[in-house]
Write a protein that binds this ligand. Sequence first.
Ligand SMILES: *Cc1c(COP(=O)(O)O)cnc(C)c1O
Length: 326
Amino acid sequence: MRQPTISDALHARRVLAGHLPPTPTWRYPALDATAEATVLVKHENVQPTGAFKVRGGIALLDAMDPAERDRGIVGYSTGNHAQSLAYAAALFGVRCTIVMPENPNPAKARAVAGFGAEVVEAGANFDQAREHAEMLAHAHGMNLISAANDPRIIAGVATVYLELFEQAPDLDVVVVPVGGGSGAAAACLVAAALAPSCEVIAVQSAASPAGHDSWRAGACLQRPNQTVADGLATGSGFELTQQIMRTHLTDFVLVDDAAIAAAQWVMMRDAHTLAEGAGAAALAAVLADPQRFAGRRVGVVCTGGNAAETEIRACATREHELASSA
Ligand SMILES: *Cc1c(COP(=O)(O)O)cnc(C)c1O
C-alpha cells in the first residue's frame, strides 16, 4: 500500500478548508497544575461529528473519482469512523452503509443514522462487524473502507497535526491515542516533516493492546480487545499505520481503563471538556507518568467527545484515583 506523504497532508488541508474550520488548541492553568506540565489540548471533540475522524472521511471522498463514488461506500466501526463516513458521504451525495457491532454506543448509532447512512448491526465485536461489511461490499459492489489502512484517510487526519504544530510550534512531545493508528501515523508523518525534535508518544488501553504489541514486535498481531473506550477498541495491528509508526514513533505506552476514566474526569474538571474515553487517553498517559512529562510542553490530542450518557453519568459520580492530586 502507498504511504501518504507530507504533500498529501498539505493537499488534504486545502480540501478540508472548504468544509471544516481549524479546531482550537487551548491551555488551562488548572490542568497544567494537575499534570505539573504545560499541557496544550487540541480540541477535536468540537468537530461536527464530535471526533477527528471526519477529516479522514472528507479527504477520502474528495480523493475518489466519480465512478468510485457512484458505487457507494461500506464502513465498519464502533462509532466515530462511522460518523465520519456518514457525514462525508452526505456531503458528497454518496450512498453509505455502516456495519456496527451489536449494541453500539447509542449516541454514535443515532448520529450515524442522523447523517443519513444505513446502519446495520452485526457481529459481537469489531472484527465480526468487519467480516459482515466485507460480505456486504462484495455482494453490492460497494467500496469497503478501512478505518485506518488507507493513505487518503491518514492524509486527512494529518491536518490535525499541521494545525497543532502551527498553533503550538515548540512542543516537546505530543501524545496520541491509538485504535487502528491513523492518528498516530499522521502525527509521525507531520512531526517528521515539521517538528522533527518533537517526540510522538502513542497510547492504547491495556485492555486492547494490539497496536502497542504489534509496534513492539515489529509485526501485526492479534490481541484480546476488551477496552470500554470504544474509539480504541481494535483486536489487531494495521499494516500501513504500523509501518509509519515504526519510522518516527518515540514510544508506545499502555494505560488501564480506570486511568482513562480518571483522565475523563480531569478533562471535565480542569478543562471543562467532555471527552469520551478514547479522547481522554492521551491525558491519561501524561497523568500516569508524571516524571516523564514534568515541566515539558505537552500536546494532548482530545480526539473525541462522543461519550455515551451512561458513561458520562458514571464518570462524573465515581471517585477517581488520581496519581497527582493538585
Ligand atoms: C478512532 C479514535 C481514536 C483512535 O484513532 P485511530 O486512528 O484509529 O488510531 C482515538 N480517539 C477517538 C475519539 C477515536 O474515535
